[in-house]
Write a protein that binds this ligand. Structure first.
Ligand code: SF4
Length: 302
């Protein structure tokens, strides 16, 4: 994390890492290629669908921000705005979540939260697809990991496990920073009277931990076809906390400097064929060399 000047990790980054760690590292070392990749039509259409879903039930309000504390305060305000709605049984979209997991500060944004007819709190993760078919098991595994991480973070917030110092110390934010006039005015308009970042943070942490919100009961993946703008199918994502935490610890060991990055194993070498870094990837080159040596050795023995 120090090498890449990271104070926190995002859920999206950890999901990329679960596809291929080496690819995630290359995307940080060669950000221009990643930026180009994000311009793909498929990615852009996906973003538009997410935005239009959000705007179906929420408005955007432009607010001038001047400091990092202002930017983070806006996320907290969005949460403060959505918590009572969710408590009242409404559906909310783009709900920010954060917390310390295995010593690392992780942030993400949940696509959708709502109660189903059984009264269970459902976390719905929307995945738009170019192909009108369910994803491969490898992609589905990444999506289940993502939904599981969101649940860990959301549950930590409602259980009151996220502390003020976690946010201030990990993100290096100034508690006494006075929030911008526009941020304060918007906070007031939704009934939150605050002046400093610390006051905003206190307001959020107390509200979320003293709310009626339960932990997430059900994780759902919603697959949606971009071309026909229609559903492909839904699937309930399994949640095994011990397994999820073990997987997360494995990924975080790289970010905390305990080991070198790894590429995909030979069984998943097919991932390299559609990888942006296929031609330059050292991990892939080494794997091919080893495989050539093994073939040569086998033929010399026969
Ligand atoms: S070429 Fe293969 S191992 Fe290398 S970054 Fe891409 S997917 Fe990972």
């Amino acid at each position: 994390m120090q090498r890449f000047l990271k104070r926190h990790l995002s859920v999206t980054l950890l999901c990329d890492q679960s596809w291929c760690e080496m690819k995630t590292v290359y995307s940080l070392l060669k950000p221009y290629l990643k930026r180009k990749d994000l311009q793909r039509t498929e990615v852009q259409i996906g973003k538009e669908i997410h935005l239009s879903r959000e705007l179906e039930i929420q408005d955007t309000v432009p607010i001038d921000i001047r400091t990092r504390e202002d930017a983070e305060a806006i996320k907290l305000l969005n949460m403060l705005h959505m918590i009572p709605r969710l408590e009242a049984g409404e559906c909310v979209r783009e709900f920010p979540v954060f917390g310390v997991q295995e010593g690392v500060f992780v942030m993400g944004v949940i696509d959708e939260l709502m109660y189903n007819q059984k009264g269970e709190l459902v976390l719905n993760e929307l995945k738009t697809r170019k192909h009108n078919s369910m994803p491969s098991s490898a992609q589905d595994k990444v999506n289940c990991f993502q939904a599981g991480l969101y649940k860990l973070l959301f549950d930590g917030l409602v259980r009151g496990e996220v502390k003020k110092d976690h946010v201030l110390n990990h993100l290096k934010l100034r508690s006494t920073q006075v929030l911008g006039a526009r941020v304060q005015a918007h906070a007031k308009s939704i009934g939150v009277q605050v002046t400093t970042f610390e006051e905003m943070l206190d307001a959020l942490l107390i509200t979320v931990s003293c709310s009626d919100l339960p932990c997430v009961d059900l994780l759902q993946l919603e697959y949606y076809h971009q071309g026909s703008s229609g559903p492909i199918g839904n699937r309930v994502a399994p949640f095994d906390e011990a397994q999820l935490r073990a997987e997360l610890q494995g990924y975080l060991a790289y970010w905390t400097g305990q080991r070198e990055p790894k590429g995909v194993d030979i069984e998943e070498a097919w991932k390299c064929r559609s990888c942006l870094y296929e031609r330059t990837c050292e991990w892939r080159k080494n794997r091919l060399q080893v495989s050539d040596q093994q073939t040569a050795h086998a033929s010399s023995c026969s």
